[in-house]
Design a binder for this molecule. Structure first.
Ligand SMILES: [Zn+2]
Length: 173
């Protein structure tokens, strides 16, 4: 986790502590998320239902539950959100970068057809500027770069090209 970009040092240590809970529907592990992601992703008309509690995200791709609060009384499902959740089954389109709304298909195309490999270059191919606010805009509150570069490398390897190293990180760089 983390690429050394702004996602990890926005001045709050609050989001760093990862806690786990259990999804009341499927029993899978649910991981704590920063409260801000709910405000970004829950549909406007349902925002009043967001409680002032800690929330967790169900990590099971087959489960429609996404956000669950600590009391398990407040649950937001896929249908309650503004955007699809990339790791949930059937999510369409699959989004690789939530801050800039870049889909898996757009990443693949940029890598395959334009030879782009860098997060910023790929984003800028589609958008005027590249923003990075994963702690608010990514559904898990984590930096998207790990996931993003895994996808870039999948395409590169398929094309017979060497994968990029992203341990040093280039999201937001
Ligand atoms: Zn679940």
């Amino acid at each position: 986790m983390g690429c050394g970009c702004g996602c990890n040092d926005n001045g709050s240590n609050e989001s760093k502590e990862v806690k786990y809970s259990e999804c009341p529907k499927c029993g899978s592990t649910a991981k704590s998320v920063p409260h801000d992601v709910l405000n970004s992703l829950v549909k406007k008309e349902l925002q009043k239902q967001i409680l002032d509690n800690d929330y967790y995200i169900c990590l099971n791709p087959d489960c429609e539950n996404v956000y669950i609060d600590e009391t398990k009384e407040s649950v937001f499902k896929l249908a309650d959100l503004k955007k699809p959740i990339w790791f949930k089954k059937g999510s369409e389109p699959k989004i690789a970068c939530y801050c800039n709304n870049i889909t898996y298909d757009q990443v693949k195309k940029a890598v395959r057809e334009l030879g782009l490999k860098d997060w910023k270059d790929i984003v800028l191919n589609y958008k005027e500027k590249a923003i990075c606010m994963c702690e608010k805009l990514n559904p898990t509150g984590e930096c998207c770069s790990d996931n993003f570069y895994k996808l870039v490398n999948k395409v590169l390897v398929k094309e017979g090209k060497p994968p990029v190293s992203f341990s040093s990180g280039s999201c937001c760089g």
